[in-house]
Design a protein around this ligand. Structure first.
Ligand code: ADP
Ligand code: GN1
Ligand code: MG
Length: 360
């Protein structure tokens, strides 16, 4: 495979790339830090199996980053720190393709920022809420019809349920018996899987331009103050529901433990963190949301957690072909934390509703 340094040299940097090293902890793309004399950048090899049409994906990213830059400037913000900037390839395109057909791209590094894997304080999660709420608000006028639907039915939980049942039926690795309890957990909640998509189809929830992968580590915060800075990982920006963005952030950020924690007694949905994120998110985009969206925020959190757990479990059953794993049964561990969170959210629904009401 073409090495990352060779690929870095195919982009239009001011200074020669000197070294590259693996960076970050995403499950899908391969990310590298490129160092030059006096500056650095982010180089990524985009996952071809997950994203079948990378030129379309890059068209979305280029469109969204250019749009955001204009909005940030209009609002008197700093586009250099508040939105991602693609560094073009030497041929002027937004990506470069290597001899094996792999796609690579480069972003300018947003300096003096931090990425968190877990929120250490409610203030940090509040900041993430502000960042993603702002992202939603700033993209409100984006011409949604020009966006490619990069992964169709990405957050269609009913369709994800069908994929999951297929993985159970095929049981390609002979693992279903070892995950009987988890499979039963998913099946017991089958009736709820289609609720959000039905509301969308009936016109009771509006389609918006959403990020769709709003993990805490997909936002850069100021390294000193933890003020919200820049939303990153724009591969899945597509038309979607506000509840997807809110819900996925809660799934990851309001959990008291890592996504792959094996000691489930440490995993719960922290109501303090939930309320902090909610306040931040709504302070930016609350005025945009309809009553139905506001009421469904806690349900959105539960559905995104349920859906993600189901995806981890389906991938475990299918032989770990989608999410990168770092140990055997990693995806089974991941699905267990998600289901622990779902069960905890079910117990805490009334408190979550009250927290939303207080945050409006
Ligand atoms: P993945 O798809 O693998 O999750 P991301 O785009 O989220 O890739 O990048 C992985 C990590 O790299 C992020 O969590 C963040 O720490 C860092 N990162 C990505 N883009 C930038 C950037 N422009 N400036 C600074 N850090 C970045
Ligand atoms: C993947 O790329 P990354 O790590 O930010 C996944 C998300 C999941 C998440 C679970 C394109 O996100 O949908 O919620 O893992 N991205 C894609 O951690 O499938
Ligand atoms: Mg990421």
């Amino acid at each position: 495979m073409t090495d990352a340094l060779t690929m870095a040299k195919r982009f239009a940097f001011d200074r020669e790339p000197l070294s590259v090293e693996p960076y970050g902890c995403g499950h899908i793309n391969e990310t590298y830090l490129v160092k030059q004399a006096g500056s650095r950048a982010i180089l990524q090899r985009i996952n071809r199996k997950v994203f079948p049409d990378i030129p379309a994906l890059m068209e979305n990213v280029a469109g969204v980053t250019a749009f955001l830059r204009r909005v940030v400037s209009r609002e008197g913000g700093d586009p250099g720190r508040e939105c991602l900037r693609l560094i073009p390839a030497l041929d002027g395109g937004s990506y470069a393709v290597d001899s094996e057909g792999e796609y690579w791209r480069v972003y300018a590094f947003v300096e003096h920022t931090a990425t968190l894997q877990t929120a250490e304080t409610p203030e940090q999660l509040h900041s993430a809420g502000v960042a993603f709420g702002r992202f939603q608000r700033r993209l409100d006028g984006y011409p949604a019809a020009t966006l490619h639907e990069i992964i169709p039915r990405f957050h269609d939980t009913a369709s994800r349920y069908e994929d999951f049942e297929r993985a159970v039926a095929e049981d390609r690795m002979g693992r279903a018996a070892s995950a009987a309890e988890e499979i039963a957990f998913v099946r017991a909640r089958r009736g709820e899987a289609g609720r959000l998509v039905s509301l969308l189809e009936r016109g009771e929830l509006p389609l918006r331009v959403t990020h769709n992968d709003t993990k805490l580590n997909n936002v850069l915060l100021d390294e000193k103050t933890f003020a919200p800075m820049c939303v990153i990982d724009l591969d899945t920006v597509m038309p979607g529901l506000s509840l997807y963005d809110f819900g996925d952030s809660i799934r990851f950020g309001a959990s008291t433990a890592a996504e792959d924690e094996t000691d489930l007694s440490r995993v719960s949905c922290d109501l303090n963190l939930f309320e902090s994120y909610t306040r931040g998110f709504l302070s930016e985009c609350g005025a945009l949301l309809t009553d139905a969206e506001r009421e469904l925020l806690p349900f959105g959190a539960k559905m995104m957690t349920y859906e993600c757990g189901m995806r981890f479990l389906a991938d475990y059953l299918a032989g770990d072909t989608y999410f990168r794993i770092h140990r055997p049964a990693h995806n089974l561990d991941r699905c267990r934390t998600q289901f622990k969170l779902v069960a905890d959210m079910e117990v805490k629904t009334a408190e979550m509703n009250a927290a939303v009401a207080r945050s409006l």
